[in-house]
Design a protein around this ligand. Structure first.
Ligand code: ATP
Length: 806
């Protein structure tokens, strides 16, 4: 039954789609008439003075006409244009077209709306043309002239113009729903869009990076990088107007006068042409701004958004010329080598009765990946077992077998190339991928096995563990990471805390101290080499982290980006301690050395930072030569999901870093494995030499910097804080009682909170905290955590303070 009724409905729909013959006839006739009328009118307008004299001689064969449709054309032009409504006659031709299309069921136009508008202009345009031409031309037609003349006589020329302008004004107001506030907001939007687009078009917008255009072109053509296609598409989408298309041959639904959209996807409202002429208004509910937001908006209107770059507004971002050009990085295909390796692999597998149905080679900068598809029925485990045999047979260092290739259903054998291609930092920095990235902390490591530039966002990693035996490219890797960040981030956006127990690896960066480095207030060198100072710095970073968490909590923000955005929009008051927070990247070059000398004292703050600091923009890069389990402990490993391994000595070391072997099979010289928490990628690290880093540091260091390095919070070590003396009421700070009330009411014994609430320096706040401890209001120093508060409510506190005074 149901099926039958379904069929009948379907048939009806099909039938409705088929046009009857009279429909086709009249539809086509009207469209044809529209074309004839349009061409006749155009032709008439061009030669109307000559044609008009022949208008009455329709049947006189001896008289020739210049109109494209001859005398009929003349007659039509004369009748509709000259004798009637002037150029508004084209609207009649247009109406013929619309009617023809409607008859043919082509609902390109909404009928009632179109006829309504046409009628208005058929009345208005001739009078308007009459008023402009004074009735002398063909543009107004006789009706236009006469009505204009009549109105002119009764309301005068001024009155006539008023009527014309008011009527057209009203028309546009009703049609486009224009009112002064709408117009203002539309103009504002237009303004913002224009400014936005102009900014986008500015060569230095966003990042001030200025790579040679030539180089960029070169990079785009020589690399396999998709030429920032995504970016182009995204830009197009951003600027393209969004059309809400509603299919016209579906059933109507009722829509209330005011419709509010939610973001839930809904199927398109059904409508048909008869119901299309209702007024459809969409009103986007404006968010109610509270007092605070209003004030922020006023401030932004008055002073503009807070610009964190302002203090170093003239700072020039490094240019690509600072990096050395090592020549073209074309990959030369050595056919002989390819053939030889292929034959060896196939032959060897054949010897072990492993049939191959397909083999494919991808040539990277350092290694070639041979992907084999085993014949049906061959077990992957059978090939896996042959790993050592394959490596032995190919007798090459650096063979790695990936069985199976994740997500590919093939088995990969990586074989080092005889003549590897060097990947220069210059080539990866100038790549379109790096140039156009919108990552927060972009790090360009080098190139993948398929010769694509490989980048990762440090802010998403969120911390990086690097390991590799000595001389395998670890220092170059750290320099590549630091260079990437220096090429992309302004000094106001990023600070480094550098720990270099070897004393020589990071010393080059001391030149950029006043631009990019952070240190302890009493620290002499920004690059920390002394183990004791490292402990203080790490604990200070923990305090900075806690302070940042407090700031974020007070600002109701979940992460640093959101917080900085709010601060830039002047929604956060600097008087309450709020400030623009740069990213902080802690770089530890020789972690094993630190662990050996300081052990838990270093491990604990590092683990704490690794666990918590991500949201507040503090990221860690920890490198080590000795990836043994007592250096890379379970606690460290658990908090460093992103790991990089250069060549290590044993597969045990490889397992310690990557949880799998492979790093012991690398060939050194920047050949590396990158583990992002899910998969392991083989990359060739980009090479940046010491002179290049020196040049870059000089370029930055020679520019105007801040007065000093970025100051980390002061950290008083446990030893010094344990020497809090007895409480002396005569020496207590004038703000002592206020501080006690704050601490008790918030139940938080935090010096940084006192600093903020009482607007004090760290030292004074620290002294008050010591006094609070000495009289027993708060407990003892508790590492980087807040102290315990010993009094539970304000009443008890007031009693306690009274007692103290006695
Ligand atoms: N990405 C690379 N491309 C080409 N060559 C490289 C690359 N990385 C390193 N090398 C070569 O390896 C040498 C040693 O690299 P690097 O100084 O980074 O090693 P390391 O692991 O830091 O050693 P150490 O721990 O002893 O300091 C470099 O001088 C360079 O010749």
């Amino acid at each position: 039954m149901e099926k039958k009724s379904k069929n009948t409905t379907q048939n009806k729909v099909e039938a409705a789609k088929i046009l009857s013959k009279p429909r086709i006839f009249f539809g086509v006739l009207l469209i044809f008439s529209s074309i004839v009328l349009t061409l006749s009118f155009i032709s008439y307008l061009m030669k109307w003075k000559a044609d008009q004299s022949q208008a009455g001689t329709l049947l006189d064969k001896s008289i020739k006409s210049d109109n494209i449709f001859g005398k009929i054309g003349d007659w039509l032009g004369n009748f509709f244009v000259f004798d009637s409504i002037g150029i508004a006659a084209f609207i009649i031709a247009f109406l013929c077209l619309v009617t023809g299309l409607l008859i043919l069921k082509k609902n390109y136009f909404k009928p009632w709306k179109t006829f309504g508008h046409s009628l208005f202009f058929i009345c208005w345009l001739p009078i308007f043309m009459g008023a402009i031409t004074g009735g002398t031309g063909v543009l107004s037609g006789v009706y236009g002239f006469q009505i204009m003349d009549f109105l002119n006589a009764i309301i005068g020329t001024f009155g006539l113009w008023m009527v014309l302008l008011v009527s057209i004004g009203l028309y546009f107001m009703l049609e486009f729903n224009l009112n002064p506030s709408n117009v203002k907001s539309k103009l504002n939007d237009l303004n913002e869009n224009t400014i936005g687009r102009v900014k986008d078009m500015m060569p230095n917008s966003g990042e001030n990076f200025s790579a040679d255009e030539e180089l960029l072109d070169e990079a785009q053509t020589t690399e396999n990088v998709p030429l920032s296609k995504e970016n182009v598409i995204v830009k197009d989408l951003e600027t393209a107007p969004i059309n809400l298309k509603v299919s016209s041959d579906i059933n109507p639904i009722k829509i209330p006068n005011q419709t509010s959209f939610t973001s839930t996807p809904v199927s398109a409202p059904k409508s048909n042409s008869e119901t299309d002429d209702f007024k459809f208004e969409v009103e986007v509910a404006k968010e109610e701004l509270d007092e605070y937001d209003k004030k922020a908006n006023e401030l932004v209107e008055k002073h503009g958004e807070y610009d964190h770059r302002l203090e170093l507004a003239k700072f020039q971002m490094p240019t690509i010329n600072l990096l050395k050009d090592y020549g073209p990085e074309e990959i030369l295909v050595n056919q002989e080598e390819l053939e030889e390796n292929k034959n060896k692999i196939v032959g060897l597998l054949k010897n072990f009765n492993v049939g191959i149905s397909e083999i494919k080679a991808t040539i990277g900068p350092t290694v070639t990946l041979y992907e084999i598809v085993p014949e049906a029925g061959i077990r992957v485990s059978a090939i896996k077992k042959l790993q050592d045999d394959i490596a032995l047979n190919l007798s090459a260092l650096g063979i790695r077998i990936i069985a199976p290739m994740p997500g590919k259903g093939t088995i990969g054998i990586e074989v080092p190339r005889k003549n590897p291609t060097m990947v220069s930092m210059r080539s990866v920095i100038s790549s379109a991928k790096f140039q156009n990235t919108d990552m927060d902390l972009p790090v360009v490591f080098g190139k993948t096995i398929s010769n694509e530039v490989f980048m990762a966002d440090l802010s998403k990693m969120p911390h990086l563990l690097m390991a590799g035996a000595t001389g395998q490219g670890k220092s170059v890797g750290i320099n590549a990471i630091l260079t990437s960040l220096l090429f992309k981030k302004h000094p106001s956006e990023l600070k480094f805390v550098m720990v270099d127990p070897k004393k020589v690896e990071l010393s080059l960066y001391s030149k950029i101290e006043r631009h990019y480095l952070a240190k302890l207030p009493d620290g002499e060198d920004a690059i920390i080499t002394d183990t004791h100072k490292v402990i203080n710095t790490l604990n200070s970073l923990c305090i900075e982290m806690d302070q940042r968490y407090d700031l974020l909590k007070n600002a109701f923000c979940k992460n640093l980006k959101e917080y900085n955005q709010k601060f830039s929009q002047r929604k956060l008051n600097p008087e309450n301690g709020h400030r623009y927070l740069p990213y902080i990247v802690l770089v530890v070059d020789e972690f094993a050395d630190l662990i050996m000398t300081a052990g838990k004292e270093v491990e604990q703050p590092i683990a704490r930072l690794a666990q918590l600091a991500r949201a507040v923009g503090i990221h860690l890069i920890v490198a080590t030569q000795r990836p043994s389990v007592n250096v890379i402990t379970g606690m460290i490993k658990a908090n460093f999901p992103a790991r990089v391994a250069f060549r290590v000595i044993s597969s045990v070391d490889s397992r310690t870093i990557l949880d799998s072997p492979g790093a012991d099979q690398l060939i050194g010289k920047g050949d590396m494995l990158y583990f992002n928490g899910n998969e392991i990628l083989r990359l060739q690290c980009a090479f940046v030499d010491t002179p290049e880093v020196e040049k870059l540091a000089d370029f930055i260091g020679e520019q105007k910097g801040y007065a000093s390095a970025f100051m980390l919070p002061e950290y008083s070590s446990e030893d010094s804080s344990s020497t809090v003396g007895a409480f002396d009421p005569n020496e207590k700070d004038v703000l002592f009682e206020d501080a006690a009330r704050i601490v008790v009411s918030t139940q938080q014994g935090s010096t940084s909170m006192l600093q903020r609430q009482l607007k004090l320096g760290y030292n004074r706040a620290g002294r008050i905290m010591d006094q609070l401890e000495a009289c027993g209001i708060v407990g003892g120093f508790n590492g980087a955590k807040a102290r315990e508060v010993q009094i539970s409510d304000l009443n008890s506190l007031e009693n306690f303070l009274e007692e103290l005074k006695k």
